[in-house]
Design a protein around this ligand. Structure first.
Ligand code: 1HN
Length: 332
């Protein structure tokens, strides 16, 4: 029998010979940077054009020109939301894990499973997989925050579930700050399986910044500068099983060493300006910009100013580690 005949016979039966296939190796993805000005302009226009009752969320997503899906990476996504004074972004839940990192404004709150979490610049609020969440702005000014989600990963697993709450707002059933008292410190919380998904929580900027500033030079990472992970306070593990949230500080003119790893990271510049070398090129960033460092691309960061720089980021390292796919190597 001729090989071509065999191939077409197999094809008819929805089969394929392995001799026809190449092993599809990792294909490198291109880095990209989204500038703050264009995003802010889009948000301001959206806040005038789109009523909050018209959309589930008034959010603008980052879209990589190098991917077949509308997302900045194949596992994690960033979007930015604007909520005007008096508005409520109605309650819903989904099995995508989400985080809010506040970039502008104060006096708003997110309710998560019955607890109000105040939102001010630099605060990180967690809405884990399948927790009810609605957003409120009780201040006089618009508030803007960054939404980080594991949406592309959940969609690629074809396991996305979503539910609307029966009313726009969920009832508040807990004291504000209760999660901090229960899980934050002082004692081990009662064992609860749901803690493994991540817990509703707020990391106040004041505490985060103080923790960063308390770190000594000996705690500085040669590849990542002064870096803190936002850990799950109940387990001590990653923020979520699918996503690690991190913040890093680079001192004036600090430059890190090159490395690469199999996790993908999305960055948001909270303060300062600098440059991240990725692969052959580099991304030049300043406050408000966001960028993606795709997996396995050698990269290093540099603070280009005489003041400190702060990068907030999310990455999919917990997934890579859980699946025994995490690899890391130093560059030159
Ligand atoms: C979402 O649920 C929120 O709950 C924000 O605030 C942005 C982007 C894509 C998919 C779901 C929110 C989102 C989102």
């Amino acid at each position: 029998m001729k090989l071509t005949e065999l191939d077409s016979e197999l094809e008819k039966n929805q089969l394929a010979g392995f001799w026809k296939t190449r092993v599809p190796l990792h294909a490198s993805e291109a880095p990209y940077l989204w500038k703050w000005e264009e995003l802010l302009d889009g948000l301001m226009k959206a806040s005038e054009t789109i009523g909050i009752e018209q959309a589930e969320r008034r959010a603008i997503q980052l879209v990589s020109p190098h991917l077949p899906i509308k997302s900045p990476s194949h596992t994690l996504q960033f979007s930015f939301s604007i909520v005007n004074p008096g508005e409520v972004a109605r309650a819903h839940r989904h099995n995508m894990a989400a985080i809010r990192f506040v970039v502008q404004g104060k006096g708003a709150y997110t309710a998560v499973d019955g607890e109000k979490f105040p939102m001010a610049e630099g605060d990180l609020i967690l809405t884990p997989n399948w927790t009810w969440h609605d957003h409120h702005n009780e201040s006089e000014d618009p508030i803007i925050w960054l939404d980080g989600l594991d949406g592309p990963l959940i969609r690629s697993l074809n396991v996305l579930f979503f539910e609307e709450y029966e009313k726009p707002e969920q009832p508040v059933t807990r004291e504000t700050g209760e999660s901090l008292s229960r899980l934050g410190f002082a004692r081990a919380p009662k064992k609860d399986e749901t803690h493994l998904r991540g817990v509703p929580f707020r990391y106040a900027w004041q505490d985060t910044y103080k923790a960063l500033k308390t770190m000594s030079d000996s705690e500085r990472d040669p590849y990542d500068g002064t870096l803190l992970r936002y850990i799950n306070p109940a387990t001590g593990g990653f923020t979520y099983p699918t996503m690690s949230c991190e913040i890093q500080l680079f001192k004036a003119r600090e430059k890190t060493r090159i490395h690469r790893h199999t996790s993908t990271a999305l960055y948001h510049v909270f303060k300062g300006r600098g440059r991240t070398a990725v692969g052959e090129g580099h991304l030049e960033w300043k406050k408000g910009d966001s960028f993606v460092v795709p997996l396995w691309q050698p990269h290093s960061h540099e603070n280009l100013s005489d003041e400190e720089a702060l990068l907030f980021s999310i990455n999919d390292r917990p997934v890579m580690e859980a699946l025994q796919l995490y690899r890391e190597e130093a560059g030159n």
